[in-house]
Write a protein that binds this ligand. Structure first.
Ligand code: NAD
Length: 422
């Protein structure tokens, strides 16, 4: 069953499914099933105690037919080449769906930064850049933060790359601190993009967002900003959770009180209010509301609980929260489930803006960033809806995820075709 396969096999199966529905050319399909380029590197790092530890790093360029590869670098003890390959494929489709002039890439190092000092992390990050320097660059492959990498690490990496080149190369990666020309709006861009999609989808489904009931799973970067932004447009967040469990109040929750509870007790479950009650993460997903936003982990809605989801609109702000089996159940039930690589594309779109600003040396204010982001995600949403309607008119029922895949894959295939790759 697909749910037990490794991530790269899952990404290939998803492509196969889309290829069949869109009757993709066989050669284009064969090219797109594999990354164009994979690199495994060895990074010796001098540790604080004087010993040398040897780390393994990866960089994968999945496809560059539409532009330079773009994707994050993850630091994780369980990092492996199949995960990096899968993530680079998903970046290819995400960039294509948003119609950015990028292909997809991803990288990582097998390491546990929780057991390393900051200076060890810095030396390892600089070592990684030295080992992949010939593969990366503003016109070939552009890096970004991901799991356990952050703006400080991006600043060290950019500095190392610039030192190797002999000039400042800010555009080699995105997600930098603003002091070295990161973009305004980078931190809430994922949630912001998701909220623009929520606005468009609610409009289509005739859900009035003023007073609408919203459930959010996860209280990290994505979940917290989603709470704030949903609240700002008049929605009522009635339940939220973190890894320890959830809290629910039909009257709506208060962000400042949630943050205080999290700070004091280590969990949103410490929230106190007369009508608030603790609930499990499982129960949270099954509450009655207008919008459900998984913003935590993958594989949260599966074959065993999909039938209990009773919201009309599900926005996948997290990566991979809905399994392929659940996808079909939700579709049959009439739940509109908008896929991760549409809903959370705001992050990579603002990364693209950062790269554009770095290349131009001309910087935009936050309003300009948001309005350009709005335009791109809104168009992506309507592209997906249009493709779904067009297929329905031909008698083919497809999910929003399949529609998004078809758009993304056909754009990459078209670029390969005109370039003469097949
Ligand atoms: P984060 O680490 O800041 O927060 C994750 C949150 O999920 C934490 O509150 C954690 O307590 C909670 N959590 C963990 N396990 C849980 C569980 N079983 N049930 C409920 N909550 C649980 O991460 P983030 O940056 O907010 O990312 C969340 C998701 O959004 C991930 O899937 C990530 O890939 C995706 N995403 C984030 C960004 C971004 O810019 N932050 C961009 C694209 C996609």
């Amino acid at each position: 069953m697909a749910e037990e396969l490794n991530p790269f096999k899952i990404s290939q199966l998803q492509l196969d499914k889309a290829a069949e529905k869109m009757q993709l050319d066989k050669t284009a399909h064969a090219i797109l099933r594999e990354p164009m380029n994979t690199l495994e590197t060895t990074i010796p790092v001098r540790m604080d105690d004087g010993s040398v530890e040897v780390f393994t790093g990866f960089r994968v360029r999945y496809n560059t037919a539409r532009g330079p590869a773009k994707g994050g670098v993850r630091y994780h003890p369980q990092e492996n080449i199949d995960t990096v390959k899968a993530l680079s494929a998903w970046m290819t489709w995400k960039c294509s769906l948003a119609n950015l002039p990028f292909g997809g890439g991803k990288g990582g190092i097998i390491c546990d930064t929780k057991k390393m000092s900051d200076s060890e992390v810095e030396r390892m990050s600089r070592g990684y850049i030295r080992s992949v320097q010939r593969e990366i660059g503003p016109e070939t492959d552009i890096l970004a933060p991901d799991v356990y990498t952050n703006p400080q690490i991006m600043a060290w990496m950019m500095d190392e790359y610039s030192a190797l080149k002999g000039y400042n190369s800010f555009g080699v990666l995105t997600g930098k601190p603003v002091e070295v020309w990161g973009s305004e709006g980078r931190f809430d861009s994922t949630a912001m993009g998701g909220m623009y999609i929520m606005r468009e989808a609610a409009n289509k489904l005739k859900i009035n967002l003023k007073g609408a009931k919203v459930i959010i799973q996860g209280f990290g970067n994505a979940g917290k900003f989603a709470f704030e932004l949903a609240h700002n447009i008049g929605a009522n967040v009635i339940a939220i959770s973190d890894s320890k469990g959830g809290i629910y109040s039909e009257d709506g929750l208060d962000l400042a009180k949630l943050e205080a509870a999290k700070e004091k007790t280590g969990s949103v479950q410490g929230y106190q209010d007369k009508n608030a009650e603790k609930i499990s993460n499982e129960k949270l997903l099954e509450l009655k509301a207008d919008v459900l936003i998984p913003a935590a982990m993958e594989n949260q809605i599966t074959g065993s609980n999909a039938d209990n989801i009773i919201v009309p609109l599900l926005l996948e702000l997290a990566n991979g929260p809905v399994t392929p089996e659940a996808d079909e159940i939700l579709f049959e039930k009439g739940v509109v489930d908008l896929p991760d690589f549409l809903v959370n594309s705001g992050g990579v779109i603002v990364s693209y803006f950062e790269w554009v600003q770095n290349l131009q040396g001309y910087y935009w204010d936050i309003d300009e960033v948001y309005s350009k982001l709005d335009k791109i995600v809104t168009k992506s949403f309507h592209d997906v809806m249009k493709t779904q309607t067009e297929y329905a008119a031909k008698g083919k029922k497809i999910t929003p995820r399949e529609a998004a895949y078809i758009i993304a894959v056909s754009r990459v295939a078209a670029a390969m075709k005109v370039r003469g790759w097949y």
